[in-house]
Design a protein around this ligand. Structure first.
Ligand code: UGA
Length: 447
């Protein structure tokens, strides 16, 4: 099929490359010239495992092109909308200006269909419920025979390629008009023929359900993380061990083990802004009480950052002012170079504001950190970061950090004090090597 993908960020660029991998003829459109230049040359502009190879292969094959010229989307049968919906400045709500601009671009540049099936716009961006209907009405006024489906995306950064090629489910939000809906479904079925043939579950629903599925999923995940972090607070107050607690409750299939990793909390470009935009939308709809709990989810999450700063202060003897603090891992999670709303970066900056002599290391984000924060001391290796440190903090659980050797590191630091912000180190091992180990809701215990 001839496909356009409007917006070539994490979501759009990966989606475009994966659609080409499935055999479609794809053009990715974005207004960011540097990004398009890089993508068009087959160079990944962000860190995502498996993406560079996929991108290079499909650009090379000629099935995948990238452009800033909207006229190149004229012949597409499907236009995927993958632009960002960031949090508005000074408000909880989402900023929809890029989605609206993408719809205008399609209306301006799609060739009018006088015969044959209509052109399909498939929304992938995360939007407040009600947006799809508004956009469908706008497209209906174009006179170009363009229909809309909402097709939310559930990919995780770090697994974006795998999640797009082998999604755990596909969701189509279709128009109430049954005739239009059948056509939209047939077009999407053709597009996703490979994952559907592989047995990917498909859920078909109306627009509001499809929009809600996306924010409901992210809200549930955020709630799971804040739930276990609330338990961490209880463990901190009582001497309990939140990792053992999570293991024990996770054996109950109804609860499950995943997304119960307590620590410094969730960040990134999605979970934090999505729960806030969801609350803002619920308020507009007059059902804010239904989501009051998400305020608590947000508050628990932000308290974890504060708690990590306090732990560092205590560990440094009451104040970090003048103390050398080494932070290992700055991205919002491993296997990405994404710094958006990163709890690790937030904590590092707060420590710096309190006078810490901060040095940071990160396997993927070093260059970006140097560019964004010219004054920041960014080390090239763990060894360089921890040399003469008074406090070492592991804040993003990159694989490289999980097997750190407490003995070898102990020879480099000034004081053997470690804060395990993600509960990924073995407390006993670090303790036995003479370190003061501080976890997030767990310490060193006989059990
Ligand atoms: C999240 C969702 O998981 C995806 O399904 C969704 O498609 C995506 O948002 C989106 O809306 O685009 P992502 O932002 O890539 O994906 O990150 P997650 O893997 O969900 O992790 C979010 C944050 O939670 C990270 O900071 C991570 O460190 C933290 N986390 C995760 C925990 O603190 N504990 C856990 O147990 C799991």
């Amino acid at each position: 099929m001839r496909i356009s993908v409007i917006g070539c960020g994490y979501l759009g660029a990966v989606h475009a490359a994966c659609m080409a991998e499935l055999g479609h003829d794809v053009v990715g459109l974005d207004v960011d010239e540097a990004r398009i230049e890089s993508l068009a040359a087959g160079r990944a502009p962000f860190h995502e495992p498996g993406f560079p190879e996929l991108l290079a292969r499909n650009v090379e094959s000629g099935r995948l092109r990238f452009t800033t010229d909207p006229s190149l989307i004229a012949d597409s049968e499907i236009h995927f909308i993958g632009v960002g919906t960031p949090q508005l400045d000074g408000a909880l709500a989402a900023d929809l200006r890029y989605v609206d601009a993408a719809i205008e671009t399609v209306m301006d540049h799609a060739a009018p269909r006088t015969e044959g099936r209509p052109v399909l716009v498939a929304g992938k961006s995360t939007v407040p419920v009600g947006t799809a209907q508004r956009l469908a009405d706008r497209l209906a006024g174009s006179g170009k025979n363009i229909i809309l489906a909402w097709n939310p995306e559930f990919l995780r950064e770090g697994y974006a390629v795998q999640d797009t090629l082998h999604p755990d489910r596909l969701v189509y939000g279709l128009p109430e008009d049954r005739g239009q809906g059948d056509v939209a479904k047939a077009i999407l079925d053709e597009c996703y023929a490979t994952p559907l043939a592989d047995g990917t579950p498909l859920v078909v629903a109306n627009y509001p359900t499809a929009e809600l599925v996306k924010v409901a999923a992210n809200s549930f995940l955020a709630t799971k993380i804040s739930f276990i972090n609330a338990m961490a607070e209880l463990c901190e107050a009582t001497g309990g061990d939140v990792s053992r607690l999570a293991e024990a409750i996770g054996h109950d299939d109804r609860i499950g083990k995943k997304f119960l990793q307590a620590g410094i909390g969730f960040g990134g470009g999605c979970l934090p802004k999505d729960i806030r935009a969801f609350m803002a939308r619920a308020e507009e709809l007059g059902v804010d009480e239904a989501l009051t709990f998400l305020r608590e989810v947000d508050a628990i999450n932000l308290r974890r950052r504060h708690h990590a700063v306090e732990l560092a202060e205590e560990a440094a003897g009451g104040s970090v002012a003048g103390a050398r603090v080494a932070v290992l891992g700055i991205t919002f999670k491993p296997d990405t170079d994404d710094l958006r709303d990163s709890p690790a970066l937030d904590i590092a900056m707060r420590l710096r504001d309190r006078g810490a002599r901060l040095v940071v290391a990160d396997p993927a984000a070093g260059d970006e950190l140097r560019r964004r924060h010219p004054g920041l001391d960014v080390a090239d290796s763990v060894e360089d970061a921890v040399r003469e440190a008074d406090v070492v903090m592991v804040l993003t659980p990159w694989r490289d950090y999980l097997d750190l050797d407490p003995e070898a590191l102990g020879d480099l630091v000034a004081t053997r004090t470690i804060i395990d912000g993600r509960n990924v180190l073995d407390p006993r091992r670090w303790h036995d090597a003479g370190w003061n180990y501080h976890g997030m809701g767990r310490g060193v215990s006989a059990w």
